[in-house]
Write a protein that binds this ligand. Sequence first.
Ligand SMILES: C[S@@+](CC[C@H](N)C(=O)[O-])C[C@H]1O[C@@H](n2cnc3c(N)ncnc32)[C@H](O)[C@@H]1O
Length: 463
Amino acid sequence: MNLELTTIQSLARSRFGIEIGVSRLQRLAEHQLQLWQKQHQCNLAELVRRLQQANEDSSLVAEFISIITIGESYFFRHREQLETLIDWIKHHLQHRVRIWSAACSLGCEVYSLAYLLRQQNIPYYILGTDIDRSRLNVARNRGPFERFSVRGTEHPPPEMLRVRRHRYYVDDDFAKNVAFAYHNFHSDTYPTPPPIHGLDQQWDIIICRNAFIYFDKPQTLSILEKMNGVLHPNGSIWLSVNDALFDKEEVLFSHRWKGYTFLSKEQAPLVSRPKPVLPPHNPSPPRLNTPPIPAGPSTTSLQRYIEHNRLDLAITAAEQLQTTSSSAVLTLTLGALYARTHQFSKAEQVYQTLPKYQQTVEWSYLMGLLCYSQQQIAKAKEHFSQTVSSNPRHWAAQVYLGIILTKQRRWIKAELAFEEAQEVLQSKQHTLHFAGLIQPKGFHDSALDSLFYVEEQLRRLQT
Ligand SMILES: C[S@@+](CC[C@H](N)C(=O)[O-])C[C@H]1O[C@@H](n2cnc3c(N)ncnc32)[C@H](O)[C@@H]1O
């Protein structure tokens, strides 16, 4: 690796606490850093020199941060988790909810929360922060958002997402009670909410999803500790479902709410309040944009329920369908639906009904996931090993295997598993072909996030 790249790597680490793995750095060098040199019409050595002298708020630093971070985000990402969070708010808070969306990237999460809160007539104040100023500008300007940003929802709500020349803009109305600001997790000052009706200036909710995968354990725990400092005693912190690998319990206590984990200051489960009477936020009922779904159970209606993330309805439809026409695809789908809604024992029962010859590669992968989520690590390892011995290019199973082997200190085997995963992810043949209606995408929400995670693990194993 040349001197400029090494300097870029150490600058990213020392000034912004961002680790760039060797292979990611090489990819940056082949693409984004080339474009950056062209844009400034100078070579990398000169850019590095200017960067070393630049202030935190200079445009060069902003460009650099955009290059080295991955701002992957989209509207209604993990919608089920967001809905669960709102359900938690309904049961625990009786005042205007103050939410900090940390590492908000383009602000999709902020606006998605605003949309869902308005649907429930819950008054709110939301602050979105990020280290990337150019993404924050898009958030503040309410767009433009590319088609890619709405991939989490087949029908973006037209009352919130207005289309102009094939791009999306958030409607004015959804920008009320929403703010955006620059914040670096590695700074010592953490944001607090503005004073609202005499409430303490502490957050009721801190949501920070898909950001911790870029930090190591000491960094993560230090960030969580600082978040804890600005969290209300009855508040909660919600991380991404993918962030479940850290031992956060060293700083905060873990709890479950309707199948989702959150963190709080309290060890004992937080007491649910009686159903709160919230002042109406928007007197007119929210308009919903759910297209008509065919009546009666059919594979089409099942498909539509899944696409709309109405997993409760999807389960009922799949259960009804199963009584009339049982097939391996339907069984796998029902099992995956149970697993997605954390009804693990039901999922297991369903999978067990499959005859041996229909227990496909995907079956052993899903069984692996089930066992893993239930902390049955030895069994999970068996299932993931079975998956990769039938299909070594099953990158998601390789990643889980890598994680288990790392925990078992089987470094060399872990490295091999991660390398296999990396190869598949880099060759872009990463789609898991599951002959059912659900395609479990594996470890992370997007292949890019997964690749980043895999590279990070490899970097750690190799040092
Ligand atoms: C993958 S995006 C997550 C966006 C959103 N939370 C979501 O889940 O859709 C990760 C974000 O973390 C931000 N980030 C990375 N390092 C940071 C730091 N040190 N302080 C604050 N934000 C950071 C990046 O700029 C990026 O926008």
